[in-house]
Design a binder for this molecule. Sequence first.
Ligand SMILES: [Zn+2]
Length: 272
Amino acid sequence: MGGSNFGLNLTGLNADTCTVVQECDASEAEICTTAGPKKHPSPRLGIQVVKSPFISLSHSSIIFTGIMYFIKTPGWLKKVYGSYVWDVPVTEKKIFLTFDDGPHPVATPFVLEQLKRYNARATFFCIGKNVLAEQALYRQLQEEGHRIGNHTNNHLNGWRTDTVTYISNVAQASRSIETDLFRPPYGRITKKQGNLLRQKGFRIIMWDVLSGDFDQSLAPEQCLANVLRKTTAGSIIVFHDSQKAFKNLRYALPEVLKQFSADGFTFEVLFK
Ligand SMILES: [Zn+2]
């Protein structure tokens, strides 16, 4: 580690494996057994934490199937990647729900129904190929006052995709998704990819709170607790309107809407 790799470096503790921050599904999670700049030569967003029996995790992070992810994005990470959006400075009790990977024929209508009950607005980071498959749902998102973001055309992992291919995949998604918001799948994007997209006018949207709804080993109650404990005014929260996350989403989302509404919060779109 070190060199061009940003991140938490705990190599002094008899490392055997390093893991990275994760946004989406566990099945595509990556475990690096040889850490560092040789494998990933360009600066990248990611947290590399060496697993060790000597490390105790705080309530801000969870390990599943060998992968660690932060529920609450640490302040130092937001500072290192200050050109990306992690939360929204607010003076009122506003929170910003986001839903990745849709539109999905089951999960998206469920989300829309729940949002409507609380007069909530949210931002949906859609995959281009899913928009083409679910055009009526895509129109419904817009008609009901929600905001759309680009999440690539094929859910590409920026670290494993060359820059030309990555940028062209985002452009392909742009043919069906008109927006200036972009979220990299898995939160994995190289500095070069991020810079090029910003030059093209995109804001790169990350997050403050990861619900963990994608984590199959996580109980729905824990997914809910993650959001209730870590959300503050201005938080950008990640859920997924996807098949994989639906078990946790269907339990956690209605409670999040109910409890924060009761506490006087409203749910807004990003950068209206
Ligand atoms: Zn995604």
